[in-house]
Ligand binder design. Sequence first.
Ligand code: ATP
Ligand code: MG
Length: 270
Amino acid sequence: MNKAVHQPLVDEAAPANPDANIVAVRGITKYYGSDVHALDNVNLDFPTGQMTTLLGPSGCGKTTLLKIIAGLLDASAGEVFVKGQVVTGTGPERAFVFQDFALLPWASVIRNVAFGLELTGTPLKEREDIARTYIEKVGLAGFEDKYPHELSGGMRQRVGLARALAVDADVLLMDEPFSAVDEQNRRKFQEDLLRLLSVDNKTVIFVTHSIEEAVYVSDQIVLLSPRPGRIHSIIRPELDRSESPDDIRRDKVYLDTVEEIWSNIRKYLE
Ligand SMILES: Nc1ncnc2c1ncn2[C@@H]1O[C@H](COP(=O)(O)OP(=O)(O)OP(=O)(O)O)[C@@H](O)[C@H]1O
Ligand SMILES: [Mg+2]
């Protein structure tokens, strides 16, 4: 049985490889004002079609890094590459899924899901057809005409996920997307995400506070140290995905990887 594999940290001097890594960051440093040093020289590759999770203590800069990659926030130093090109703002190939999903309260489910397409000027009929497809994929068929306040927190998160998928971005940037759902739905959500990933070949950059969730869903886990956020280690859980979800969670590789991350976190909390 494979053990979790640590890969070497990214060589800062090495050029970003656009064929293997749809997104890469080099030398990302972020100050807020003159005294808050949020991120320090972060170098990372995000492999195409894979799920990378950012894990680390509150305030270590996870949301900051995600927003810089999305182009919603400027770095103080460093560069973001998408398909080998330096980017300086937002782009249709990257979709940001906020923690609260920022749904439009006055718009129906279908309008919310089609909203990204509305912004890109897709004709009404086409965007509604696309929206219906994704509403069905996230298990909300029949709820097209409901409004956000008529849905549960978990259902609202599904609307947000459908909206992100509908714009057909290659890269989904998800900031604690499952934080508002109970454990049972969270596990179902994780399965949905893994299934959508394998079908649609998305690249996902995901933030969570749950070590178990990180190990379960990720190809690559980036453990960040406390502020200023620096890369502490990169861990690749080598789970046997042919096993059932329950068996994966009982598997020694899964349990060992969770424990290994815990012991790393304990070290810098001491
Ligand atoms: N707009 C801002 N202005 C000033 N400081 C900020 C701003 N946004 C974030 N910070 C600070 O930068 C640091 C990193 O914040 P960030 O939100 O990226 O952390 P995080 O890892 O996402 O934390 P959490 O796990 O609590 O969501 C924190 O110390 C925070 O207080
Ligand atoms: Mg955050």
